[in-house]
Design a binder for this molecule. Structure first.
Ligand code: ZN
Length: 334
């Protein structure tokens, strides 16, 4: 018996300016900056990870911020929206907060849920969906968002595809089933897939548009999405299964998880990533994200790498506020 896929592990996208990216996800969306590392496949550039307090699977949004990246274009074979789950009753809070930050917000209904939709600083489409099953918990440390309103993790993703069939076959092999469908016009059909049971990031929606043009990778577009594997043994089993139908990479050591990659027939790059070892492997929980972490095999080149990447300013004012009630200068002076 294969261990079922529960939902998303992480989503990885492309950004341009690193500071602007960091500011948006920590200061506007209130996520925690859980890891500051380099792109293992392009070590002169950053890889940022945002998530809940520990960056648990299902909460992790990661970016390759390439300072000179040209803007991408969304199209067929791409993820066109990344949705987070928010607690019931928090919609107004987010409306106001986004507006206060100069962000244009749209609202629509999808599969009977109200969806708040907006773009990040690079044009990536982010959605917030009030979800009954999302149990409000604590907000990540350093976040000024109240726990009762905080983003809980992923809700799901929307893929734009020109046809359904082959993609559906792959999702079914992965244990996701068609659970809902809406729209009937040629370019408005939306089909929802999900594995059994509640989990963060369990929904994969496919928007069908036979005439959609292919997208172009660049700032504001999603590079790939990763689904959860509970452990290495489960991943090995999934790899064997998938390899019967698709070309799957060998296991890659990503330090914080182990990964395999394959492209689904519609063109979206899929990954499966293990829950372990996680982000606490090389930093204590209190100071996640504060220092540039690089894999051991790159350590001899650290100074050359550091010279290549842009310096960034971290934000710790919120924790200073929490710990000392008012004094923001503590955060600033750290
Ligand atoms: Zn990944």
């Amino acid at each position: 018996m294969k261990t079922p896929i529960a939902g998303l592990h992480h989503v990885t996208a492309i950004a341009s300016d690193p500071q602007r990216n960091l500011d948006f996800y920590t200061q506007v969306l209130g996520l925690r900056f859980v890891k500051r590392t380099i792109n293992f496949d392009d070590p002169g550039t950053y890889h940022f990870y945002f998530g809940d307090d520990t960056g648990k699977p299902g909460t992790i949004l990661t970016f390759f911020p390439w300072p000179h990246a040209r803007k991408g274009q969304m199209g067929a074979g791409e993820v066109i929206a990344t949705a987070f789950s928010i607690p019931v009753g928090s919609k107004e809070f987010w409306h106001d907060r986004l507006k206060a930050n100069g962000i244009a917000v749209q609202e629509h209904t999808r599969f009977d849920s109200q969806v708040i939709s907006f773009s990040d600083r690079d044009g990536m489409v982010i959605e917030l969906v009030e979800q009954e099953e999302a149990h409000p918990g604590a907000a990540p440390r350093y976040s000024d968002v109240p726990g009762s309103k905080a983003i809980q993790g992923f809700y799901g993703v929307t893929l734009l595809e020109r046809s359904l069939e082959d993609t559906e076959t792959v999702l079914e092999i992965m244990g996701l089933r068609k659970v809902a469908e809406e729209g009937n016009a040629e370019n408005e059909r939306l089909i929802r897939f999900a594995p059994e049971g509640y989990a963060l990031g369990r929904f994969v929606d496919i928007k069908l548009d036979a005439a959609a043009r292919h997208g172009r990778m660049g700032a504001g577009t999603v590079h790939h999405i990763a689904f959860r594997n509970t452990d290495d043994a489960a991943q090995a089993e999934w790899r064997r299964t998938l390899a019967r139908y698709l070309s799957v990479t060998p296991v890659q050591d990503r330090t914080y998880f182990h990964s395999i990659y394959f492209r689904e027939p519609g063109g979206v790059l899929f990954e499966m990533a293990t829950d372990n070892p996680g982000f606490l492997i090389d930093e204590p929980i209190e100071s996640l994200g504060e220092e540039l972490r690089i894999p051991e095999w790159y350590e001899p080149n650290r100074s050359a790498m550091e010279a290549q990447i842009l310096p960034i300013t971290l934000h710790k004012a919120a924790v200073a506020k929490e710990e000392t009630a008012t004094d923001e200068t503590i955060g600033a002076s750290r």
